[in-house]
Design a protein around this ligand. Sequence first.
Ligand SMILES: [Zn+2]
Length: 187
Amino acid sequence: MKNLWCDDEAKKFKTDLDLRVYTSNLLGLSDELVLHGGGNTSVKSEVDGEEILFVKGSGWDLVSIKAEGFAPVKMATLLEMVKLEKLSDSDMVAGQKKAMIDKSAPNPSVEAILHAIIPFKVVDHTHADAIVTISNSKNGTEIIKSLFSNFLIVPYVMPGFILAKTINDMIQDLDWSKCEGIILHNH
Ligand SMILES: [Zn+2]
């Protein structure tokens, strides 16, 4: 796999969102990372003094996404949502729609809450062929654990609220300085 990042190219982008569009397009170019329509990306930024998560909107492809393909959702709302015991898909969609600072933007990815709770400015969510192949193989769980000891390894759960909730529980006492990433089994 080749890192497609180019310093000269990246320098042209002045805002968090524009740089995020650039790096999302780069991820989308590698079909060993994401296939058509797969994966999602985000960046945490500030708009008028408020923390906003710009997260891939549904219906957009990473390889061709543009700034208007990102849904701008208030971080505060997403961080409140993860504290709920239960949240139906329809209530999640409605609540996130209400928390968007631009109502004409697309609906955010179902993984918006997960992106919000990860305490880093930029979050990439890919479906790397190499990882999926190992994790889907016999003894995949053990092999993943031995190869990626510096990663948080999450048993398979449905994407969306339940996944965000599961990871939120797992990261309460996590030392992020020792964590290189998160691997979701069979995903
Ligand atoms: Zn995924």
